[in-house]
Design a protein around this ligand. Structure first.
Ligand code: LLP
Length: 429
């Protein structure tokens, strides 16, 4: 489900006209639907009914305080990857005691901060890190709760930059070495508490098969660690893919309903249906770390067309958003649907490249795509930009970061002001 549809010829987010928001707040502009975020969170939570579980939202996907607050109020835990993300969760009223801290390169300062805040678990990515954590915890007279991240060597069949569960990836400890690491930790590292086990095989997975393969491969290890070391949780990571090529015409995620089950993209229901019976018997608390699934389809990036440039080979629509605002097409060949805010009145389409103002040839949102016609002055929406959109935005080319708006029904709230030129140089000497 997502909260974007045409109403009276104009694209709306829930009950709010996006053209009005673009006129009032300027472009580029991120707009999020709170109903979509809550719907995805609740459906995932419900899909695991029958297994003791917790949803730890992966903050990296979208770390705006208002979104964290929305999810904290809903009962979410949080998966963090830096001291900065922990700070954000705390500022948003989230419970550090429900935070898991992932990442291959935690610094001493971050470890100390997380220990002082009493996080639920450090998800440790190497034996070296485990030893260092033990040392820092000892220095502070504390016990660090830990889970080792197992690298199951499973092919997630996703873009190579967001695949994490293969042996050649930098993440986690090799499957065959994990049991020995727990043995050594329980014997030699007294400032640790072995609390769980973690895995995450990649992001934007569009089939259930790699999840099943990984869960089936790791289950005996999880059982062994529970029996020998009394671990209480197993985090099966995030990675559930979303549909980027969703048709707006239907206004819902059910547009593939006519297709055979095996041809449909991964759904929350299928994820729950396939994994719940495989996880139930273990008696461990199951953590999930979804990021994209919760916020991806819930956000759009609005941008205005500045120029139309007809070259000898191509027609370029030059818009006021750039790869600094949404880097996914440039970095991962990510596809984002592009729709005009004014509903097209004819079926006419032209083949265009939609490009930004940045001085790089990789600065495009689509190439050779057939789109309904739009002209300089018109606004378009880059769909499904709620995850890894603003979170990966930068000031490249000295462009201020866009504003962000959260919609709830017919109410639109600015949840982050557009940066000013002064903001751009703040902190520079
Ligand atoms: N847990 C861990 C340990 C992770 O590394 C990640 C994502 C997640 C959970 C959340 O994964 P999700 O449910 O969102 O797939 N910037 C890329 C995605 C990078 C994902 C990094 N890790 C993109 O825009 O596609």
């Amino acid at each position: 489900m997502h909260g974007f549809s045409y109403q009276n010829g104009s694209l709306h987010c829930e009950g709010v006209d996006l053209s009005v928001l673009a006129a009032e707040h300027g472009t580029p502009l991120y707009v999020y639907s709170s109903a979509t975020i809550l719907d995805h969170y609740r459906r995932l939570d419900a899909a695991l009914t029958g297994v003791c579980h917790e949803v730890a939202y992966a903050v990296k996907a979208n770390s705006n305080l208002s979104i964290l607050r929305l999810l904290a109020a809903e009962g979410a835990g949080f998966d963090i990857v830096s001291g900065g993300e922990l700070f954000r969760v705390i500022q948003a009223g989230g419970d550090p005691g429900r935070c898991t801290f992932a990442g291959v390169g935690k610094t001493r300062e971050e470890i100390v901060y997380a220990l002082e805040q009493g996080i639920y678990s450090f998800n440790v990515e190497s034996e070296e890190e485990l030893c260092y954590l033990n040392q820092v915890a000892g220095d502070l007279g504390k016990i660090a709760p830990v889970a080792v991240r197992v690298n199951p060597n499973v092919d997630a069949k996703t873009h190579k930059y967001i695949s994490t569960g293969k042996s050649e990836n930098k993440f986690g400890v090799d499957f065959g070495a994990v049991a020995g690491v727990y043995e050594r930790a329980s014997r030699d590292l007294p400032h640790l508490r072995l609390r769980g086990l973690q895995m995450h095989i990649g992001s934007q997975l569009t089939s259930i098969a790699p999840f099943i393969e990984a869960v089936e491969k790791i289950t005996p290890l999880a059982q062994e660690l529970k029996d020998r070391h009394g671990i209480e949780f197993w985090s099966i990571g995030g990675g559930i893919g979303i549909i980027y090529q969703e048709s707006l015409a239907s206004g819902s995620a059910d547009w593939w309903a006519g297709q055979a089950e095996q041809d449909r993209p991964l759904s929350i229901a299928q994820y729950g249906r396939e994994l719940t019976p495989r996880l139930k018997e273990l008696g461990l608390k199951i953590l999930m770390e979804p990021g994209r699934l919760i916020v991806g389809n819930a956000g759009v990036l609005l941008t205005r067309c500045l120029y139309e440039k007809k070259g000898s080979a191509k027609t370029f629509k030059i818009v006021d958003a750039g790869m600094n605002d949404l880097i996914r097409p440039a970095l991962y060949e990510g596809h984002h649907e592009i729709v005009p805010l004014r509903q097209p009145t004819s079926d006419a389409r032209t083949t265009v490249d939609v490009v930004g103002p940045i001085c790089e040839s990789g600065d495009f949102f689509c190439q050779n795509r057939e789109l309904p016609d739009f002209h300089p002055g018109d606004c378009i929406a880059l769909m499904s930009a709620g995850a890894y959109g603003f979170a990966m935005a930068s000031n490249y080319n000295s462009r201020p970061l866009p504003a962000e708006i959260l919609v709830e029904g017919s109410l639109a709230r600015v949840i982050r002001k557009r940066q000013s030129r002064d903001d751009l140089i703040a902190g520079e000497l």
